[in-house]
Write a protein that binds this ligand. Sequence first.
Ligand code: ADP
Ligand code: MG
Length: 256
Amino acid sequence: MITAEGVTVRYGRTVALDAADLTASTGITFGLIGPNGSGKSTMLRAMLGALRRAGGRVEVDGVSVDDLTARQRAERIAVVAQEEPSGLPLTAWDSVLLGRSPRLSGWSRYRPVDEQAAAEAMSRAGVDALAHRGIDELSGGERQRVLIARALAQEATHLLLDEPTNHLDVRYQHDILSLVHSLPLTTVVVLHDLNLAGRYCDELMLLDGGRIAARGTPHDVLVPDVLEPVYGISMRRVDLDGVPQLVFRPAERAVT
Ligand code: ADP
Ligand code: MG
């Protein structure tokens, strides 16, 4: 379980998060949604203890993130940040193995158990065939799946993902989120796509300008009356096999 209580983050004069609370219970997939700049990535970084908070607490299974060493944190929390080229001459296999480094003592070499975990993680993320490719030679979507494999190899109990489906084609968007949802981990995932959020998250929180605009199940949050003022676009909800999905109707531009 991961909890944030009254978390406030400022960048200079910008208040990126204003006393936000979040509880992701053990084993659930918790989705963070909201427009660009609403504070989603900031919330994720705050939960990792990776930035200075102006206020509030974050606890992982009851322990403050501030009290964990980097290694203890890595044993508990795996992160898939927004992908960027590494600039390092690593293969996909090297990159996934790096997920095992918090498990090694000192400078010891990777053990068979590490190689086995890395191989399993690559197969779960559907990237075995990419093992020998250079990480910076992969497409954005392939690299994103390798990063997910690295997080799985880490075998942490919590998983934080920031827009993991960016760059993925529609089939992999569903494959990856369905995999993430099936894992017995406590997961917090930032998603742009409200329809993916509706299908794969157990609970959602909608951020707007650093504040919580709504939270609850996808059925409670994915409601046009709730979303329209936040996103500024009109929409209609359709329930597809019991899953709330949205179709959008942009305002027509006046022809001048
Ligand atoms: P989101 O992930 O929802 O798009 P962010 O959490 O990245 O939003 O950003 C929230 C707000 O904080 C935005 O107004 C953004 O411009 C600002 N911000 C984010 N990171 C920084 C930073 N490193 N320095 C200054 N402002 C930042
Ligand atoms: Mg972001």
